[in-house]
Design a protein around this ligand. Structure first.
Ligand SMILES: NC(=O)c1ccc[n+]([C@@H]2O[C@H](COP(=O)([O-])OP(=O)(O)OC[C@H]3O[C@@H](n4cnc5c(N)ncnc54)[C@H](O)[C@@H]3O)[C@@H](O)[C@H]2O)c1
Length: 179
């Protein structure tokens, strides 16, 4: 059963946890392969297909996961009977691709940032809600226990008045400056 805090966001959805989720991943550059690996390793999720413009990147995926169907045009996904699409392409492409995918009645996991313009993000949120689809953004650190602990300490006022927070993703450190 997923984290109740995560599911709180989706409480309006009737989800069937016994069902295998068939996934297509768009973008197999730097970050996409991490998502592919995680969805391959997650029980009840099956990565059916991966799309990328780059033949080299598709070949790399095919070598590791010969069972995954590799295509250059993600629109081929729309005839594959998939449940959800993962978007790991450059941010400037997120709005058009996510809109296209939602309009084909598929759930979306899109990497951060959701879009480059807030109006576009709001439009996608409304579109997903109007179709009762999940639209989730890959804010990985929202689910990091260290970050969650820090947030609860800040919320409880344990750290006093915060004047600055510096997050170093590479060194995996967060420095908090207080008054
Ligand atoms: N959550 C995290 O910690 C984290 C870390 C790194 C990157 N990201 C995010 O992941 C996303 C991808 O970043 P990246 O560094 O992997 O970029 P990248 O440029 O390395 O890879 C993007 C891939 O998408 C492909 N692509 C672009 N448009 C496409 C389309 N229409 N159809 C099919 N393939 C297409 C490109 O050919 C490329 O292989 C970005 O949104 C980035 O912000 C998130």
């Amino acid at each position: 059963m997923p984290d109740p805090k995560v599911m709180e966001q989706f409480k309006y959805q009737e989800l069937d946890y016994d069902k295998e989720i068939k996934i297509g991943v768009i973008g197999a550059g730097y970050w996409g392969p991490n998502l592919i690996r995680n969805f391959v390793e997650t029980p009840k999720s099956r990565v059916v297909a991966v799309a990328d413009f780059s033949e080299d990147r598709l070949n790399r995926i095919h070598t590791i996961y010969p069972q995954i169907h590799c295509v250059r045009n993600y629109r081929e996904f729309f005839t594959m009977g998939l449940d959800a699409i993962v978007i790991a392409t450059p941010p400037a492409t997120h709005y058009d691709i996510a809109k296209d995918v939602l309009n084909h009645d598929l759930h979306v996991f899109v990497e951060k940032p959701i879009t480059l313009q807030s109006e576009h993000a709001a439009e996608l949120v409304d579109l997903a809600a109007s179709k009762d689809l999940i639209l989730m953004v890959g804010h990985a650190f929202e689910f990091n226990v260290g970050v969650q602990k820090l947030k609860s300490m800040i919320d409880e006022g344990e750290l006093g008045k915060i004047v600055d927070v510096e997050d170093e993703a590479e060194n995996k450190t967060i420095e908090v400056w207080v008054e």
